[in-house]
Design a protein around this ligand. Structure first.
Ligand code: CO
Length: 176
């Protein structure tokens, strides 16, 4: 089921999400719904808080290719990360990011180039993944959501100010 996406500056985006303790059917439904919700908006990642659930769960699905403006993202390619923790990181990299909670905004953000992340899969099995490419950036972006942070907080003071002004205008004009 496609769920409603929480849009900035909704205060829920500032919540520190809680650790998942039971890997039950409720969690599986949440993850399945998150996949459908992400697909419906052509996103590549989504954290549970973005559908209003303050649990440390996120999904990432990097499209295989883009055809006719639609992402090719088979469900079996979805990386589901529960209680993820970055255990190693190295280097820096600038990448253009966007977020389904801040639709239509794309900005360059600096993050670690390489990360190693420990997490649990939907069955509660511990897993480790490492990457130094787009997936590394996506994992850092989504893990930030679990700690109540959104990518625009990483912008320079002036860029942030400009963003807030334009965003307030869009909301006022009901363009969001
Ligand atoms: Co986001």
């Amino acid at each position: 089921m496609v769920r409603e996406i929480v849009v900035y500056p909704d205060k829920r985006l500032k919540l520190i999400s809680k650790e998942v303790s039971s890997f039950d059917s409720e969690l599986h439904t949440l993850l399945d719904d998150m996949y459908e919700t992400m697909r419906s908006k052509n996103g590549v990642g989504l954290a549970a808080i973005q559908v209003g659930v303050a649990l440390r769960a996120l999904i990432i699905n990097i499209p295989l290719e883009e055809k006719e403006g639609e992402h090719d993202q088979p469900k079996e390619n979805t990386l589901e990360m529960i209680n993820p923790v970055i255990v190693e990181q190295d280097g820096t990299e600038k990448f253009q990011e966007g977020c389904l909670s801040i639709p239509g905004v794309y900005e360059d953000v600096e993050r670690a180039k390489y990360v190693k992340v420990e997490y649990f899969d939907r069955e509660g099995k511990k897993q480790t993944i490492e990457d130094d490419d787009f997936l590394a950036i996506a994992m850092q972006h989504e893990i930030d959501h679990l700690d109540g942070k959104v990518f625009i907080e990483k912008l320079s003071f002036l860029k942030r100010k400009k963003f807030e002004k334009e965003w307030a205008k869009k909301i006022k004009e009901k363009k969001i």
